[in-house]
Write a protein that binds this ligand. Structure first.
Ligand code: SAM
Length: 275
């Protein structure tokens, strides 16, 4: 197990370079990160002093979305890709608090997620962690552990939460997601959060921080983010800033966009339904 404060770097992890999962963990206030990751997090904080709040509010939006999916949409299967470390409340806690039988598959490309997940989930039969790559969706669909855990003949919620920004449009991330959605049964959902570009300097600063620390972290216009949903209809309240996004109560009174803090205008969320 990786112990960031331990005397030796664990052999299975390259700790000389920051990884997305560990930098995000550092921003969330977790302990599963190393010096290079903390430097990466410091770069974010230099450009966006509230970057830690952005990470926390992204995870809170994830919880809001999962609660909606379990409670209102009756979903009991989650394929959470780019799940990150279980630093804060994550998908399985949010789902299983409401439905203890809900099945969750965490997929992440970073092996540290599997190492920590195995220990954390040793006593949770409803949740598994798999190391796999969103860029190879056929590998995810063909993975035996995932096939054994989820029933693909029934609806699944596909979660692509806080990952698109790490891929340039030239890589065509929507095509990977399309391959996954095509394999899911009608009644499945697609839940996405992403960095947005509405022309604000702090959004650009977030992008700059990512490019400097990780080599990725692009921002996109709301119109472009809507395309991530592959033409599937967005559920109320549609795509919106996290602090205005309440899928369980889309008619809630929400702050005006101009009343949000600038850091609260960096991420948007949405959920679409495959009818
Ligand atoms: N989904 C979590 C959340 O929103 O709280 C974590 C988001 S974190 C910013 C992005 C995660 O995506 C990291 O854990 C990173 O390792 C993972 N990731 C990056 N590239 C990936 C890929 N090609 N396939 C799977 N996971 C990937």
């Amino acid at each position: 197990m990786a112990t960031p404060d331990g005397p030796e770097a664990p052999p299975e992890f390259d700790t000389s370079q920051p990884t997305i999962a560990r930098v995000y963990d550092a921003l969330l206030g977790g302990k599963d990160n190393f010096a290079a990751d903390r430097e990466g997090a410091a770069t974010y904080l230099k450009y966006v002093p509230d970057a830690g709040r952005c990470a926390i509010e992204n995870r809170e939006a994830l919880v809001k979305g999962v609660q909606y999916l379990v409670r209102s949409a009756g979903i009991d299967q989650f394929l959470d890709i780019g799940s990150g470390l279980p630093t804060q409340k994550n998908t399985h806690q949010a789902a299983q608090e409401i439905n203890p039988e809900a099945k969750v598959v965490y997929v992440d490309v970073d092996p540290i997620v599997l190492a920590h997940g195995r220990a954390l989930l040793a006593t949770n039969d409803s949740t598994i962690v798999v190391t796999a790559d969103l860029r190879e969706p056929q590998g995810i669909l063909g993975n035996k552990e995932i096939q054994d855990h989820l029933d693909f003949s029934r609806p699944v919620a596909l979660m692509i939460v806080g990952i698109h920004m790490h891929f340039h449009d030239d890589e065509k991330p929507d095509e990977w997601v399309r391959t996954l959605m095509d394999a899911l049964a009608p009644g499945s959902y697609l839940f996405i959060t992403d960095f947005v570009d509405t022309g604000e300097p702090l959004q650009k600063a977030m992008e700059q921080a990512g490019l400097e620390s990780l080599g990725n972290g692009w921002i996109r216009t709301p119109e472009r983010i809507e395309q991530h949903f592959l033409g599937l209809p967005l559920l109320p309240p549609g795509l919106d800033f996290l602090a205005r996004w309440f899928p369980e109560n889309p008619d809630a009174e929400v702050p005006e966009v101009e009343d949000l803090q600038p850091y609260q205008r960096i991420l948007m969320a949405g959920i679409a339904l495959k009818a």
